[in-house]
Write a protein that binds this ligand. Structure first.
Ligand code: XMP
Length: 514
């Protein structure tokens, strides 16, 4: 895909690199993240309007420090170095960087010395977020200081003529409240962009590019009913119409009314070719007696691929598989934190499918972050309820039923889950939460209903707030709401006599129970 205006973010391994890319896009400019050592020829080929050097856990003076091709400074492209990025510029252009006695971490008050470009429109002081153990001691030739703090005499520098800038603090984090204004100044005043990156322009460009890629061929796409696959399907449908066939697999592990909802929206309303496959028996049979969470995931993944393959074959000749892959899954992030990470949960996906079926991929969301997918979905006219849906895991209710999965368990959990979501929506919490759902526990407890003793199921309610699902906190829902949910579940769902509220955060717990 080609975009007229692009900002290149070179990643030196900071945990905030993606955030930099997002801040740029929020200012309506397209951005891409690439490894710090991207060859000069490739940098030139991208024709960036500006380059941003990210932070890093490394030190510029260490042996094997990650450094970019120094010729980037002669390209006449504006460069902004952030934290380690500032130190890289200093190191490569003749300044000096030294370790400081006390690492500076947290809020700092920044005194701004020059306010005509990067700090245009700012007052004399601003609050910023620092996180560094090194600092620039002397400026490279031709540079001047633009900001300082009580402990960093050079907290920002520039060479105005060469349009090279550096900041010791992190403008991309929310702890630097005016950070977005700095990005805006860099983009519009220094790089001279016009800001054409909007959901509408994205749709326009993407439709053209899908049409080019697909030509007269056909596409098959696995529709899950979630935001990503729905937006991807709608974009492909807009590009090639009836040459797209969506396959929706009901694995028997879905939420109440899900299959009907998908049928109504995509088949009736949006008039897409969609095959709805009821494979619930096949999945439940394969899952029979299985308690181990990882085994459940593997079985569901395997059966999904079989069902999908069977259906896709019936469509006839298809050359492409559509997928809702997002940018965070595509970025080749640089990591200096070492060590292979352990698998906590093997997420269910359709990996391996394209090779097996000899399909080429069409992934219209490969360049988007989740919030951008939502904006594109809105611009495509998809319903707000779909766009703002909470995530639902691929293995569905199977990872919310502890122990073996049965049809009775699924039906009971569907009924409880429906009440939970309905009450949370009514109370206005649904969109404030990352997820809210019910879990069926593999135990029974004693209760009393009327004059009768009961011995029935226990369900847990899970509601969490989170930015990205990587960490999460349990939601402090009002007691009245929890009480209403509990009463309704016990009164309305046969087989439930106890409701618990999960008050663990992630880490050390995870969001799903399995
Ligand atoms: P955990 O439980 O790991 O969940 O804290 C983090 C986020 O990922 C979702 N999740 C999954 N999504 N397949 C998926 O597509 C899976 O196997 C899976 N497991 C967890 C979970 O719902 C949460 O949003």
């Amino acid at each position: 895909m080609s975009f007229e205006e692009l900002i290149l973010v070179l990643d030196f391994g900071s945990q905030y690199t993606q955030l930099i890319a997002r801040r740029i896009r929020e200012e309506k400019v397209f951005s891409v993240v690439k490894p710090y050592n991207l060859p000069l020829t490739q940098i030139k080929a991208l024709k960036p309007k500006g380059i941003i050097l990210s932070g890093s856990p490394c030190n510029v003076y260490q042996k094997d420090a990650p450094l970019p091709d120094p010729r980037i400074y002669s390209l006449r492209i504006p460069i902004l170095g952030i934290c380690y990025g500032l130190q890289v510029t200093s190191e490569l252009l003749g300044g000096s960087v030294k370790k400081v006695k006390h690492r500076e971490y947290g809020h700092a008050s920044l005194s701004i010395d020059l306010r005509d470009d990067l700090f245009f429109g700012f007052g004399r002081e601003m609050s910023c977020w620092m996180s560094h153990g090194d600092q620039v001691l002397s400026l490279p030739h031709g540079f001047e200081t633009i900001a300082h703090t009580s402990s960093s005499p050079i907290a920002g520098f520039r060479n105005k003529k060469l349009r090279l800038y550096g900041l010791q603090f992190h403008p991309e984090v929310t702890h630097t409240p005016a950070g977005h204004k700095i990005f805006k100044n860099f983009l519009y005043r220094i790089c001279g962009v016009r800001g054409k990156w909007t959901p509408k322009s994205f749709i326009h460009e993407t439709v053209k590019s899908i049409q080019n890629q697909i030509g007269k061929e056909r596409v098959v796409l696995g529709l899950s009913g979630g935001v990503d696959s729905s937006v991807a399907a709608t974009l492909v449908h807009r590009s090639i119409g009836s040459r797209l066939t969506c396959i929706f697999v009901d694995n028997g592990l879905l939420r109440l009314g899900e299959r009907e909802r998908v049928r109504r929206l995509f088949k009736k309303h949006l008039k897409m070719n969609i095959k709805i496959v009821d494979a619930s028996e096949r999945f439940l049979k394969a899952l029979k007696g299985v308690s181990d969470p990882e085994k459940k995931r593997k079985i569901i993944g395997k059966v999904f691929i079989q069902v999908f393959e069977d259906e896709a074959r019936r469509i006839g000749r298809v050359s492409f598989l559509g997928q809702g892959t997002l940018y965070p899954d595509v970025i080749e992030s640089v990591s200096f934190h070492g060590g292979p990470s352990v698998t906590i949960k093997s997420h269910h996906n359709v990996g391996g499918l394209p090779e097996r079926m000899k399909l080429k991929l069409v992934e219209p969301l490969r360049e988007l972050f989740k919030d951008e997918v939502r904006s594109v979905g809105m611009a495509l006219g998809l319903p707000k309820e779909l766009i703002n849906r909470q995530p639902f895991p691929g293995p569905g209710l199977a990872v919310r039923i502890l122990g073996p999965v049965t049809k009775t368990g699924c039906d009971l959990l569907r009924a409880v889950d429906f009440i939970v979501v309905e009450e949370i929506k009514k109370a206005g919490f649904y969109e404030k939460l990352w997820q809210s759902f019910a879990v069926l526990l593999p135990i029974k407890s004693v209760g009393v209903m009327g004059d009768e003793r009961t011995y029935e199921n226990v369900v847990a309610i899970r509601a969490v707030t989170s930015e990205d699902g990587m960490t999460a906190d349990w939601a402090k829902l009002p007691p009245q709401l929890l009480s209403k949910i509990s009463n309704r579940c016990i009164n309305e769902v046969r087989g439930v006599n106890r409701v618990c509220y999960d008050i663990s955060s992630k880490p050390p717990a995870t969001i799903e129970w399995e």
